[in-house]
Ligand binder design. Sequence first.
Ligand SMILES: Nc1ccn([C@@H]2O[C@H](COP(=O)(O)OP(=O)(O)OP(=O)(O)O)[C@@H](O)[C@H]2O)c(=O)n1
Ligand SMILES: C[C@](O)(CO)[C@H](O)COP(=O)(O)O
Length: 380
Amino acid sequence: MISAPAGFAALITAAGRGTRAGDGLPKQWRDLAGRPVLDRTLAAFAGFERIVLVVHPDDMGQAIARYAGGITIVAGAETRAASVRAGLTALQGQASHVLIHDGARPLVAPSVIDDVIRALQEGADAAAPALPVSDALWRGDGARVAAIAPRDGLFRAQTPQGFVLDRILQAHRDHPGDAADDVQLALAAGMEVAITQGSEDNLKITFPADFARAERILGTDMDIRLGNGYDVHAFGPGDHVTLCGVQVPHDAGLLGHSDADVGMHALTDAIYGALAQGDIGRHFPPSDPQWKGADSAIFLAHAASMARDKGFRISNADVTLICEAPKIGPHALAMAHRLSEIMGVEEARISVKATTSERLGFTGRREGIAAIATATLIKE
Ligand SMILES: Nc1ccn([C@@H]2O[C@H](COP(=O)(O)OP(=O)(O)OP(=O)(O)O)[C@@H](O)[C@H]2O)c(=O)n1
Ligand SMILES: C[C@](O)(CO)[C@H](O)COP(=O)(O)O
């Protein structure tokens, strides 16, 4: 993450409808490798002391629910230029410089942002990243090539485009129509615009296939960890068992130092395993009397918060309980719900299921319950 100098603000445009990206949610709200596109874009600018996010009026509610606190959220308008104008107006008097960035460019690298900042710090009125055109350029006539167009000196423009705030605000006010980008308005206002180094990865998600391309780019440096856990507890006296945080009536209880929640223990070990941090016994020794009868939610919450502290997001978890009885099916959704609450992971990413062992082995002889679990962790 970059650390932006004092006086530098970021303005993120996210008020478009993404019509070219196909059906469904507008592209900036869609999932990209497990997180909404806009989450990723905002994270790239987290080092700015002031961020203005421009969203469509219809999206105000969800933007406030997701991002309020620390970010100024402003309603956008019909065109990109009008949306930028709304954002700049909200920023007036609050910053010396502004970097205007498409919410639909979630993979912008810190170096691309840094280069724009540096050019402005060195005195440029305006600076923006771009890449030289490397392919031949044709003028088309329907499906036929009509002519070759010269490409010397041509660049593909990217964002963030950086400016002295007062000057770009005045340029927008002087040219209230639409524009290809903010550099066009800066040029119309007589500003000189420095070209900084763009990046092929800094793509603007525009068409449906851009999602797959962005995921491929993310995949190349994605750190994915898989962990597994296994646990067994024997039946003993009692009238219920606690499984994945849910009390299930039964003609026996489970024996254990804690509440003997075999499913939650397997899942907790899966998370510790993915982090290469041993198992529950290492963090909560059974020899320590304070864990006697403990609610296993303490263990799972500890593993989940350790994952977060190490920069990982729990992407999904799958728990299988192995027993002849009690019947798990009627409780499986409640169990997934409870696990999701403890871990802070959405319920749709948690699976709890069960199987018998066809009356074979210790579970088949109804001597106890076994559980296996898998968890996937992704580095943010
Ligand atoms: N009225 C608008 C139009 C666009 N944008 C934002 O400007 C960026 C670049 O625009 P573009 O890729 O053209 O997005 P859309 O207008 O959403 O796409 P489309 O033209 O396919 O509908 C996007 O982050 C988009 O949300 C905006 O804030 N306000
Ligand atoms: C601002 C921009 O992303 C620079 O490349 C681009 O001009 C936006 O164009 P669009 O037609 O609104 O997608």
